[in-house]
Ligand binder design. Sequence first.
Ligand SMILES: NC(=O)c1ccc[n+]([C@@H]2O[C@H](COP(=O)([O-])OP(=O)(O)OC[C@H]3O[C@@H](n4cnc5c(N)ncnc54)[C@H](OP(=O)(O)O)[C@@H]3O)[C@@H](O)[C@H]2O)c1
Length: 229
Amino acid sequence: MPSIQTSLADLQLDYLDLYLIHWPIALKHGVSFPQKGEEMLSLTEVPLSETWTEMIHLKEMGLARHIGVSNFSTKKITDIIEKTGVVPEVNQLELHLFLQQQGMLDFCQTKGIYLTGFCPLGSADRPANRIVEGEPKLLENQTIQELALAKECTPAQLMLAWAVNRGTSVIPKSVHAHRLTENLAAADIELSAQEMEVMQGLDLHYRYIKGNFWCLPGSDYTLENLWDE
Ligand SMILES: NC(=O)c1ccc[n+]([C@@H]2O[C@H](COP(=O)([O-])OP(=O)(O)OC[C@H]3O[C@@H](n4cnc5c(N)ncnc54)[C@H](OP(=O)(O)O)[C@@H]3O)[C@@H](O)[C@H]2O)c1
């Protein structure tokens, strides 16, 4: 008897090109953003492999063209592959010059999993309660600004070009048409091995979206078991 409370197939979802498991957590039926631990379910009650099995069904039913995960560690990806035999097509996670996650990229490349980076520009417009005072700011980094100036592009374009040049995709968000155009044009910027090396040196292993909003008192979730770090 599966422990998952509602089969994804019962939710009458629309067809989508790509469905992702947004975070490696489980919520009680009807909860979209929990305020207390009791609104969550542990991964013992609802193992990720069970949620992944339901995602596989969505694809089999023709409701999704592609299925993947988001914010999954290599340990969690390995676990769902071992239990179901199905490799996620994508892992969407925070990726930028200050959080390069080279080990994750290497792992995913060996498995044929595509990496999509969110917060590629540092997500300056996050809700104020998710911004840590004094945190490093990508767009204000002097090396990034100098490299962009030399390359005759904007700092945002440089960071997006870095992501594309290393074989990942990026999903920068903007509400301004001129920035959407600017960001798209970054796909055509080529970077030399030397420029990539300088940028590799900027890694701070700094995470903007820490995921602590899931680590509620009374739940099983902690930052350590969320990221397996
Ligand atoms: N899977 C997940 O768990 C997860 C988590 C977080 C985010 N995401 C997704 O990832 C996407 C991007 O993340 P994000 O919005 O947090 O961060 P982001 O794309 O790194 O940053 C967005 C910020 O950058 C500004 N910006 C955009 N283009 C710019 C440019 N060319 N020059 C200067 N500033 C620029 C935007 O301002 P304006 O809008 O004013 O231009 C906005 O303040 C979103 O679609 C989001 O839904 C997914």
